[in-house]
Design a protein around this ligand. Sequence first.
Ligand code: GCW
Length: 682
Amino acid sequence: RAEDGSAAWLRYAPPPNAHQLQQYVPNKIAILNGTVTSPVFSAGKELKQGIESILHRNNATSITSHLSRTDIIIVGTLDQFTKAYGNIGSETKLEGDSFWLKYDTSLKNVYIIGADQRGALYGVFEYLRLLALGSDVSKLNVVRAPMGPIRWVNQWDNMGGDITREYGGDSIFFSNGNISQNLTRAGQFARILSSIGINSCVVNNVNANATLLSSSNIQGLARIADVFRPWGVQLSISIDFAAPQDFGGLSTYDPVDPTVVSWWDSKVKELYTAIPDMGGFLIKADSEGQAGPAQYNRTLAQGANIFADALAPFNGIVMYRAFVYNQLNESDMKADRANAAVQFFQPFDGQFRDNVVVQIKNGPIDFQVREPTSPLFGVLQKTNVAMEVEVAQEYLGQQCHLVYLPPLWKLTLDFDLQVDNKPSKVRDIISGKRFNRALGGMAAVTNVGLNSTWLGSHLAMSNLYGYGRLAWDADSSSEEIIQDWIRLTFGHDQKVIQVIQDMSMQSWPAYENYSGNLGIQTLTDILYTHFGPNPQTADGNGWGQWTRTDKYGLGMDRSVSTGTGFSGQYPPKVAKMYETFETTPDELALWFHHLNYTHKLHSGKTVIQHFYDAHYEGAQTAANFVSMWKSLDGKIDAERFEDVLERQVYQAGHSIVWRDSIVNYFYNWSGIPDTHGRVGHH
Ligand code: GCW
């Protein structure tokens, strides 16, 4: 059967053991108190559709309002369930968005019970996932709760209908400066998001356009919220800090000016009148040309709090981005863009309102192929924080290269900052556990578009899936996530699972090998495209993604003793590790230290030989992906097989372009030939 990819992982194909599952899945579904637009109502419809498809039952599952005692699937909130069924589940404690799944062996009932309606919907998706994976559902009795309340996606859609760094086609939300008339895809997107526990979507670019706040666009946003609501996805928006002036006609946008305060208050009121369950605002201020509080010498906390106060009466949240930095002068050896976030935000820890969450990119620069964990996670102890990652592969091959990202994200989630010498994994910081914060979680830049594959590539969807799984439970392993995703997306053939898993797990290391090694950053084009090799663009400009390459060596000295001082932004144990080359892991050697080409790494190789070897190895792996994928011919529908094959062939070729341009670049600087004779011998 032809697959255009729009169903993503919600194909609901029968697992090989479907017939064994039949007896544990009743064919009546009771929904407790769902109105037509409510998540619990979608849950019931989804469940019926999913069961019929997974278990091959043609229209044999009915949704009923008659509550029988036995042989029924009950979907609802714990409150409603207890009212209807007494204290069967009264021992179960459920908090925000969590759910309880149980198969009651004696009554032959299935209970899918949420803390709230959204929890019940998540429970249905989890139950369907288990069925589609062919899991044993006969002994089911689990409670699942998310890591944190913030599980957002950010779309960088522009109101003209294009998307920043778009690889998945044009916007599903906007066209010609307005909200699109046809929001079918927006509704489908919400369903996909809901299936992985995502609870809010910011629909417009962080570089926001103030005209989004016009009355007619607010009505349009309300239409988007209407298609999101049944899936428990809250609509959120990015706002232009200067909107009171740009759009509101005031003479200022100073965040403490009373006219500005009341302008925002009434805008927020207007928004919540149209969209009573709106999530909140995402704010990029004082960054890359965006307006912000700095214009008026106000602090970042003042900038965030004005929105926090306006949103608080409506339970709205402010996601305030930590991505704030200035252009720098490379001749200043102390200048370091990596230092910016801590320098800007540290002074205001404790001054942000309780409904502000500082949204911090996983690394200190900008979604590079390898970065250390942002030290800001350890610094903001009296502030809610969330981690921002990029599903859109901006610097990582832009969906033309297979790069499976959960292993990269997990590196940061699992990184132990050892704040005050106590275990301080980033995931326990963003969940709120470590510093006892009520709000926290994750946000991902997704940038799906009208392309039927959503992201522009079938295989890239494992990143969206993996993001949702990790935002819900950072303990999930990259292997388990990819296996589930493959089964749900491509079926249960052992060879298909093995090959796609191998390709995926090898893909980030391969991309790192043929792009930037040892923490030097991606070495892609910095100035314009962020695509393809262009190492010379890293230096000689104010963007601060410098490599400081010369004929002797490369890398930024970020030590405290002789460099930019960045390593000193970490708590003492981590700072000490990064301070000297001796204790810095090879993969970040050039992030923290300026090394000569002939410097010996811990691996025993010289820096330059590491570059040569890694680049040849990486390109070879990308070439292998083509034959690996080809070995699945006949096991995958032709549409997806051909589409992926074309991309893998492209990646294999482009990885050679990467390899040759990087090795030649460093050969030209260093004049040191490859000991294996591949570079520099003619
Ligand atoms: O990496 C940069 C992108 C910008 C983006 C910015 C950000 C939307 O090139 O396009 O702005 O990051 O994260 O704000």
